[in-house]
Design a protein around this ligand. Sequence first.
Ligand code: HEC
Ligand code: HEC
Ligand code: HEC
Ligand code: HEC
Length: 454
Amino acid sequence: MRLFMVFIVLILVATVVALALRPGPVPLAIRAPVVIANLPPLPPLVASATGVVLAWSAHARAGLEPCGCVAGMHGGLVRRAALLTRMPTTRLLAVELGGWSGGSADYQVVKTQHYLAALHDAGIAAIALGAAELRLGAPTLARLVGSSSVPVLAANVVGVPVQPVLRLERSGQTFAVTAVVPAEASGDGLTVGDPAEALLRLLPTLHGVPLIVLADLDEAALSALARSVPGLAAVVGGNVQQPSVKPFSIGACQVVYVANEGKTIGWWPLGSSNVAFELVRDAIPDHPLIRARIRAYQEALGTMNLSIDERIHGLTSLSTGGDADLRFVGDAACTACHAGAAAVHGPSRHAHALASLERKGYARDPECLRCHVTGLGLPDGWRRTAPVAELAHVSCESCHGRGSRHVSERAAGRPGSGSLVPVTPATCLTCHDKENSPAFSYDTYWTRIRHGQK
Ligand code: HEC
Ligand code: HEC
Ligand code: HEC
Ligand code: HEC
């Protein structure tokens, strides 16, 4: 009887333990597809395709979204990723060509890290190295490659742990994808081999699996590569000014390329004699996961110490001066004597330029601040870590230069000694560049903020 009781207790204990250890609901291996409303229809060529479709962009420079300095700016992964969601993932082969590095400054490397994570969210299957990435040098590049959950590819680069080739399956077919950088590309600690030789070594190891080469090459070099390596399925570029109107055949290989800056998606139903290019328009709705990445990057910038916060040189064209009693003093120090200028400047958009960044959630981003505040990073200029309200916009001194000496001279009734800098149209162009202010012309813009005698 005692034995029987012990037996019962043992069974009960075993049941409780078994229940406690029972695995929970099986985690979903595949994230539920993101559905985004109000997307334009797929290009007809892609909509009517039944097989695997390659989608790619090049030279995106970590472009998560355009700055929005003027309306109608195209591009940005936040929209490109939204457009990719229209394709069933079983038939989509989405890749990122070289030129995705956002630059070598510390915040740019952090941005690139967030961009790589966003490429994963966007369903990108492979990332190619390009010449811009090599310029980062081996240590920085290795850190970026190591942080990427999407495989980073290159067949002709030694010195960084990239994958030479990636095998992928779509719609029951197997493909191999690789990447090459131009032979003349270089970076500290990296060795670059000849692209054709690298592919000639790679091909026999693939036993007939079709090889797609992502190549950061110009038009002539793309064709030359296809000619010198017989047996490639496709060469996809690249470092070009204009997209290829159609894929063109070199032997059995098809060559196709899309233009720069991630503003366009190239869509190519593999093997088709046609290709579609889709502009990533500003009206495309956001991909929610990429929007979240943008917020995460901006939040990270808010808490991070950057070299721009420590150094004694700025990101603007205003010189450091090197003259101890020549400092920024802020607009309030000018208004008493220049009421006319102040009446024009006060209500102008210059005087509210940081507020524009705050509205967008970009107020800690050095990439934006350099044009939207006074003297970013200069010892007496706007500092992210110790903000001075007087410099939190484009000020009188953004154009006229440091005013401390002028103020003390004039306040003492002395003539000015010429310490202010002459303002010329070139002063405006340091901020009103082609990209951020495409409609800028000195004559029309100056009339909107005209002050002084002229
Ligand atoms: C090279 C200088 C420069 C940089 C860098 C820059 N901006 Fe601007 N921004 C401008 C100029 C110039 C304008 C006004 C353009 C015009 O109206 O012609 C502007 C305007 C804007 C506006 C106002 C748009 C409107 O219509 O009200 C916003 C918002 C803005 N920028 C956001 C940003 C963000 C975000 C970044 C960083 C990702 C950034 N800017 C980086 C120069 C710059
Ligand atoms: C105490 C009065 C006073 C203050 C404060 C003052 N100015 Fe002036 N400023 C003058 C006078 C007087 C002149 C010469 C007459 C004129 O052009 O109005 C002058 C001339 C100028 C000129 C013409 C070029 C030159 O170098 O003479 C500019 C530009 C100028 N001021 C900008 C500024 C700015 C920017 C500030 C603030 C940093 C400022 N001023 C503060 C009185 C003042
Ligand atoms: C330090 C950078 C910087 C300099 C230098 C600069 N601007 Fe600007 N400008 C801006 C920014 C930033 C904006 C947009 C502010 C905003 O809306 O947030 C802007 C906006 C403007 C606008 C308003 C545009 C509109 O459509 O209303 C005018 C006009 C303008 N600038 C004229 C000029 C002229 C003329 C010069 C040269 C004399 C000049 N700016 C120099 C940064 C600069
Ligand atoms: C966007 C650039 C810009 C900003 C901001 C700006 N100015 Fe000017 N300012 C100019 C230009 C350009 C001129 C005309 C060319 C010149 O005389 O240097 C001018 C002319 C002047 C003149 C007349 C100079 C003369 O010789 O007659 C004064 C004074 C002046 N500005 C003061 C100011 C003050 C004070 C502020 C701020 C309240 C201010 N400016 C903001 C660009 C700017």
